[in-house]
Design a protein around this ligand. Structure first.
Ligand code: DNO
Ligand code: MN
Length: 400
């Protein structure tokens, strides 16, 4: 019995300092990427998809997953033009399918994609990790954004901790926090100003979690039949972090939320991305249990670990370190593969990627995308493939 998760690496396109050739040296055989230059909401032209695919294949790799086709804010807020953006989304699904690319990852987080307050958190060994500091986020919300109505979202203790945090950092560190949070909206490369950021948040003034979930269900009911017809598997990425921030609702944070997604439009084309790092930032998410119970809907795996702290903060730990029992997760993934094999399913080689990695060793010489170093991720991938092999041998020794 050999490894048979499909080992992939995220690649940010020709501008990524981690080249396709470097990726082949990690042992990954698949690529996860997107056409990052196309604005959120626009149709991805077939010829551009085919050109990108050719570059990947010339390097001896395959384009296994699109991450992500972003969802326009009008869809999330039920804007008057949402149907136009849904039709564009369907056109992109069809073009990807025509190019032979059949797995699409997306997320449904309002305004922000993944959010960290510290993009260069140094571990004792000098490695650099991404960290989310709850106090820093509250400080940003209350005293930098000065978001209307924010005060009622926080306890007296949280407010005091945020004040203490701000008093303890330098002007330079404060500016760094602001930069970290204002950059990187999904689908843009633009750094927003504080008034612009507040106006984005304002769009959700009348969109609570119930409304957001219903907008997600509306989207799913519209696109899933087309995805099914095109043979495309949609897989939603969980919220990161998996709880509301800055007064924004979050509706893909828990097992119940994931169940609601798959039940909104039941189909093999309506599945999930199991991201152990995102889901693991909540102590009440049972990760091996989620794989066990919802495994049949998992079309894509993001494997990484987090170390949680008492006040809701966390940092990205070693892939096999941190709070999540990765052995238990891997074991249930392999059991899920066995179930698929027994059921005659062909999608057994689920694409897996080491989701983020530390900056270590020579990674510091390159200006890589945050979380997407070469050597740190290679280390994660190497550990995960060893874990997969060992777990599989332990489970099926007698059959070999
Ligand atoms: C975090 C990362 C995310 C993810 C997007 C998917 O866990 O994997 O950046 O790529 O949110 O849409
Ligand atoms: Mn992820």
């Amino acid at each position: 019995m050999i490894n048979n998760l499909k080992q992939t690496f995220r690649w940010f396109g020709p501008a990524d300092p981690v080249t396709l050739q470097a990726i082949t040296q990690t042992g990954a055989t698949g690529i996860v990427t997107a056409l990052y230059h196309i604005a959120s909401g626009e149709v991805w032209p077939l010829d551009e998809i085919l050109q990108r695919k050719q570059i990947i294949e010339q390097a001896g790799l395959t384009w296994d997953v699109v991450e992500s086709v972003n969802i326009h804010e009008a869809i999330k807020t039920a804007g008057s033009d949402r149907d136009r953006y849904i039709n564009n989304y369907i056109a992109t699904i069809k073009n990807l399918s025509s190019a032979g690319i059949n797995i699409i990852c997306y997320n449904f987080m309002p305004v922000l994609d993944w959010t960290r307050t510290d993009l260069d958190f140094r571990l004792n060994n000098g490695a650099s990790a991404l960290r989310y500091d709850a106090k820093a986020l509250v400080a940003f919300d209350l005293y930098i954004l000065e978001r209307e109505g924010a005060l009622k979202d926080y306890s007296k203790e949280q407010q005091a901790a945020a004040k203490g945090y701000l008093a303890g950092i330098t002007a330079e560190q404060k500016q760094q926090l602001i930069n970290n949070l204002l950059a990187g909206l999904p689908g843009t490369n633009k750094t927003l100003t504080i008034p612009e950021f507040n106006s984005y948040l304002q769009r959700y003034a009348n969109v609570d979690a119930v409304a957001l979930k219903s907008n997600l269900q509306y989207f799913l009911r519209a696109i899933v039949p087309h995805a099914e017809e095109a043979g495309v598997k949609m897989c939603i990425h969980p919220d990161d972090p998996p709880f509301p921030i800055l007064g924004l609702p979050r509706v893909v944070s828990t097992e119940k939320d994931l169940e609601d997604v798959v039940n909104a439009s039941p189909s093999p084309s309506n599945g999930i991305t199991f991201c152990s790092g995102s889901l693991g930032a909540r102590g009440d998410n049972d990760l091996p249990g989620i794989v066990d119970r919802l495994g049949t809907h998992i079309h894509f795996l993001h494997l990484r670990n987090v170390q949680r702290e008492a006040d809701g903060s966390f940092y990205e730990a070693e892939h096999l370190g941190g709070n999540t029992d990765m052995y238990a997760v891997m074991k249930n993934i392999i059991i899920e593969q066995k179930k698929r094999e027994d059921a005659g399913r062909t999608d057994i080689a689920i694409p897996m990627r080491p989701d983020h990695g530390h900056k270590i060793l020579d990674d510091f010489r390159y200006n890589t995308y945050h979380g997407y170093s070469a050597i740190g991720r290679l280390k994660g991938l190497a550990e995960l493939r060893g874990l997969e092999l060992g777990t599989k041998r332990a489970l099926f020794e007698k059959e070999d």
